[in-house]
Write a protein that binds this ligand. Structure first.
Ligand SMILES: Nc1ncnc2c1ncn2[C@@H]1O[C@H](COP(=O)(O)OP(=O)(O)OP(=O)(O)O)[C@@H](O)[C@H]1O
Ligand SMILES: [Mg+2]
Length: 394
C-alpha cells in the first residue's frame, strides 16, 4: 500500500471542527444578524451540519457577545435543565473582565465557592434553580458592565421529548420559561438563545402542548444544503491536499449521484472513492470508480440505520408503521403520489392528519416534494430503505 497516500480532508459522523470544518458563512452570518433582534431557532434536517455550525460560532471571538455552546442531550428533568442554564450563565459571567467586581460580590451573596464548566460548588445549594435563573437574568439586564450572552443549546427537542414521556408538566415548564425569558423586558435584553436539535422540533412541541405557539417568536435560520456551485467548491476544498483529485466533470458526476448536497453525503462518497483508489494504488478516477464507490456506500447500513431507529424511537408504533410503509413504497417505486399516500392513510386509519406526517418527514430531511409527488431526499437513504425492506407488494 502506498504510504504517501493522502485521504481527503473530511470527517464522517462527529462534529466537523478545526481543519475539518468548511465555513458555512451564509449560515454563520444569518445567525449573527438575527441575534441582533432576538433568539434563533436553527432548523435543518438531520446531519446537515447544525452542531458543527453552532460549535464553530461559539468559538468566534466577537466584540458583542460572550457565546457558549452546550449539548444538553443528557438532561433528564426540568430542574436539571434550569440548573444547567444557571451554570452556563455563570460560566459566561466568569469570563467578563468588565463585570469582575460585581461578579465576585454576586458569588459571595449566593454562597458560590467555585465555578467550572462541569458545575458550580455552593456552600448551600439553592433548591429552586428556576428562581435563581430569573434573579440572575434580571441582574444581567440591569448591570451595564455585563456584556451580551448567547447560549447555544443543541438537542433541545430530544430533551423535551424524553422529559415529556414521564413528566409533561416538566417539558411544558421548559418551553414556557424559555419563552418567558425571551419575552419579559426585564430579562430579555442581553441573554439570547440559539436553539437546535435533530428531531423536528415542531413535531415534539406539538406532542407536548398540541400547539407550536411557544416557538412562534423565534427567528428561523435555515441550515440549507450547499448549492451546486458551492458543492463544487466544497469538493475542491476537501481534496486540496488529497491524492485523488477531481476535474469539473468528475465533480458534477459525483454530485449527480449524491443529489442532496450536504457535506455529510459528499464526504461519505469522497472517502469511499479514496479508499478504493488506494487499494489499487491508482489515484486516477473514472465514472466507473465513482459508481463502484456509490454502490459500496449504499450497501453500508451503518451510516443510515440511525434514520430508521429515530422514527421508531420517537413515534408510537401505529404512526411508525404508517410512515415506514410510505418510505418503503417510495424506496421501491422511487416516488409516491398524494393519492397513494391517501390510500395508505385509509389502510392505517390516518386520514385525519396524514399530511402532517408527510410534512414532518420533509422537515426532517427524509423526503422532498417534486411535481406533486414525493421522493427520497438522498439516494443513499432511499437505497438503505430498500435494502432494509427488500420485499414490497403494493
Ligand atoms: N461545515 C462542515 N464542514 C465539513 N463537514 C461538515 C460540515 N457540517 C457537517 N459536516 C459533515 O456532516 C456530519 C454531521 O455534522 P453535524 O453533526 O454538525 O450535523 P448535525 O446537523 O448536527 O447532525 P444531527 O442531526 O445528527 O445532530 C459531520 O460528521 C461531517 O461529515
Ligand atoms: Mg447535531
Amino acid at each position: 500500500m502506498n504510504k504517501n497516500w493522502k485521504a481527503p480532508n473530511i470527517i464522517i459522523g462527529p462534529v466537523a471542527d478545526k481543519d475539518s470544518y468548511y465555513n458555512r458563512s451564509d449560515i454563520e452570518e444569518d445567525i449573527f444578524n438575527k441575534l441582533k433582534n432576538g433568539s434563533v431557532l436553527l432548523v435543518a434536517p438531520r446531519r446537515v451540519g447544525k452542531t458543527s455550525v453552532m460549535q464553530y460560532i461559539a468559538k468566534q471571538p466577537t466584540e458583542n457577545y460572550k457565546l457558549i455552546f452546550e449539548d444538553i442531550e443528557g438532561i433528564k428533568s426540568a430542574d436539571e435543565f434550569f440548573e444547567r442554564i444557571y451554570t452556563l450563565l455563570l460560566n459566561c459571567l466568569d469570563k467578563m473582565d468588565k463585570a469582575k467586581k460585581w461578579f465576585i460580590n454576586f458569588m459571595k451573596k449566593h454562597s458560590i465557592i467555585k465555578i467550572s464548566r462541569d458545575g458550580i460548588a455552593f456552600k448551600t445549594k439553592p433548591d429552586d434553580f428556576l428562581k435563581e435563573v430569573e434573579i440572575l437574568l434580571k441582574e444581567i439586564n440591569e448591570k451595564q458592565a455585563i456584556e451580551n450572552i448567547v447560549l447555544l443549546l443543541d438537542e433541545l427537542p430530544e430533551v423535551l421529548f424524553k422529559i415529556n414521556k414521564t413528566d409533561n408538566a416538566g417539558a411544558v415548564s421548559i418551553l414556557e420559561n424559555l419563552r418567558h425569558w425571551r419575552q419579559q423586558p426585564e430579562m430579555n435584553k442581553k441573554v439570547k438563545f440559539v436553539l437546535a436539535g435533530s428531531v423536528g422540533i415542531h413535531y415534539v412541541v406539538e406532542k407536548i402542548k398540541t400547539r407550536t405557539s411557544d416557538l412562534n417568536d423565534l427567528q428561523h435560520v435555515e441550515c440549507k444544503p450547499l448549492s451546486n456551485n458551492e458543492a463544487h467548491k466544497y469538493i475542491d476544498w476537501a481534496t486540496q491536499n488529497a491524492t485523488v483529485i477531481y476535474n469539473s466533470e468528475q465533480k458534477q458526476y459525483l454530485l449527480d449521484k449524491v443529489q442532496y448536497f450536504v457535506p455529510y453525503s459528499i464526504n461519505i462518497l469522497l472517502n469511499e472513492i479514496s479508499i478504493q483508489a488506494q487499494k489499487v494504488n491508482n489515484p486516477k478516477i473514472t465514472t466507473q470508480s465513482i459508481d463502484s464507490a456509490f454502490n459500496t456506500v449504499v450497501k453500508n447500513n451503518d451510516h443510515f440505520k440511525d434514520w430508521k431507529e429515530r422514527l421508531q424511537n420517537y413515534m408510537p408504533k401505529a404512526d411508525f408503521d404508517f410512515v415506514n410503509e410510505i418510505l418503503i413504497h417510495t424506496a421501491h417505486k422511487e416516488r409516491i403520489t398524494v393519492q397513494e399516500i391517501y390510500d395508505k392513510a385509509v389502510k392505517h386509519s390516518k386520514t385525519a392528519d396524514y399530511m402532517d406526517f408527510i410534512t414532518d418527514l420533509e422537515k426532517d430531511g427524509y423526503i422532498t416534494e417534486v411535481d406533486t409527488q414525493y421522493r427520497f431526499m438522498s439516494p443513499f437513504l432511499s437505497a438503505f430503505w430498500k435494502r432494509n425492506n427488500p420485499i414490497y407488494n403494493a
